[in-house]
Design a protein around this ligand. Structure first.
Ligand code: ASP
Ligand code: MG
Length: 423
């Protein structure tokens, strides 16, 4: 039965005039099938990267408020152009900035959190039989009334938040691949497209480097019961549905292998073995709004000894992290080492919760390949290993094959080629 659909198009799906027209056609098809449609668009192609470069050309430390003014323009361009293309197809359409669409955030520039969606204007436009285009990745701060952005990949979260506010039947995430894969098809050509994946698994996948969906969009969808369908903007075939765990048909031991090469590691030496030492360090990082991933610390072996703490942060946050920690030097730790070229490989699967021996197998596979493990962390459904960045592809391939993750639904040659080209 036709209902309300939110369609989100990523940057590659609106990269040029042809693709914008194609997205417009897809949106109109949905409307003509009887649905009410809101489309959330990303900035075209590499626009956001180019805008960041422009800022760096004029300033060594661009002001975050002005950065948001600048970056939010990319999504506005996409929406205005798409509205024009929809008009040419004979339909009513109106584009809205995040602020006009009622997306209200907290005050934190460049990483704002959505606190409310006041969707009256979207609803009014839908009532007037318009297709509504909402600029992704942005909102307006509730106190300062300034333009804010939601962090890289934030259009996914915009789309989910709008879908939640409207009570949409589904939030469709249109992208340049067929859905969520068992590994990055550029590294593992025989990777399998998953028909369904649970919120828990896809959260771990996003957190461990898979470029599928912005992490926060998945949390938001889970908290608000939004149904997500990740699919290709170039094909009609169904993609991957993100579902509650009880809805997954089977619970395979391992669902996916993910990897990341965009993190950095910080090691603090000479940390006092006393209550409050770790709190002080991570409090400083939290104040600087840095998202810490893996943390490893051990009790010093000798009495009165000092501990070492290692942790990972997104590489783009390394500079801010060091700046936040430096004032603590001497007291909270004696020496700080940083390592920018870090690699990480993870395996994820809800089934491992109830199966012993998965960790042993992972370590065995890496050992056979001669890959040294530098750090390890686990959750009930994930095992992550920090390894040399140059060995990441190799490790991903070895694990994908050891856990037999390819199989039916494997990409054809042409699709593999396209996945490689565009992912
Ligand atoms: N344009 C933004 C980015 O490149 C947001 C998005 O695409 O979701 O990160
Ligand atoms: Mg994206």
């Amino acid at each position: 039965m036709p209902g309300m659909v939110v369609m989100k198009f990523g940057g590659t799906s609106v990269a040029d005039a042809e693709r914008i027209k194609r997205a417009a056609r897809r949106i109109v098809d949905k409307r003509e099938a009887g649905h009410r449609v809101v489309a959330v668009l990303s900035a075209r192609g590499k626009t956001t990267d180019e805008l960041i470069e422009m800022a760096e050309e004029v300033s060594s430390a661009p002001d975050p408020r002005e950065m948001d003014m600048l970056l939010s323009t990319g999504e506005r361009i996409s929406c205005a152009l798409c509205a024009m293309a929809i008009h040419d197809l004979g339909h009513r359409a109106i584009s809205l900035t995040g602020s006009q669409a009622g997306i209200v955030t907290d005050e934190s520039h460049t990483k704002a959190l959505i606190v409310d969606v006041r969707a009256e204007r979207i609803k009014a436009a839908l009532e007037e039989d318009s297709i509504v285009l909402v600029a992704g990745f942005q909102g307006v701060s509730s106190m300062g009334r300034d333009v804010t952005t939601l962090g890289r990949g934030g259009s996914d979260t915009s789309a989910v938040a709008v879908a939640a506010a409207l009570g949409a039947d589904v939030c469709e995430i249109y992208t340049d691949v067929l859905g969520v894969f068992s590994a990055d098809p550029r590294i593992v050509p025989e990777a399998r497209k998953l028909d369904t994946v649970s919120f828990e698994e896809v959260l771990e996948m996003a957190a461990s480097g898979a470029g599928v969906l912005q992490l926060r969009s998945i949390e938001y969808a889970r908290n608000h019961g939004v149904r997500i369908h990740c699919r290709s903007s170039f094909e009609d075939a169904p993609g991957t549905f993100v579902v509650a765990e009880e809805e997954t048909m089977e619970q395979p031991l391992i669902t996916a292998v993910t990897h990341s090469t965009s993190e950095a590691r910080i090691t603090l030496i000479g940390v006092p073995d006393a209550p409050g030492a770790a709190a002080r360090i991570f409090d400083a990082l939290a104040q600087a709004n840095v998202n810490v991933d893996m943390i490893v610390q051990n009790e010093p072996a000798s009495a009165g000894g000092r501990a070492e703490i290692s942790f990972t942060v997104p590489r783009e946050d390394l500079r801010v992290s060091c700046a936040a920690l430096e004032p603590l030097g001497g007291e909270a730790f004696t020496t700080m080492h940083t390592h920018e070229e870090m690699g990480k490989v993870s395996i994820i699967g809800a089934g491992m919760r109830s199966h012993p021996g998965v960790a042993a197998k992972v370590f065995g596979v890496l050992a056979n390949e001669g890959v040294n493990i530098e750090m390890i962390s686990t959750s009930p459904i994930k095992i992550s290993c920090v390894i040399d960045r140059d060995r990441v592809s190799h490790a991903v391939q070895a694990l994908h094959s050891a856990f037999e993750l390819s199989g039916e639904g494997t990409l054809g040659e042409e699709e593999t080629f396209r996945a490689r080209e565009t992912l």
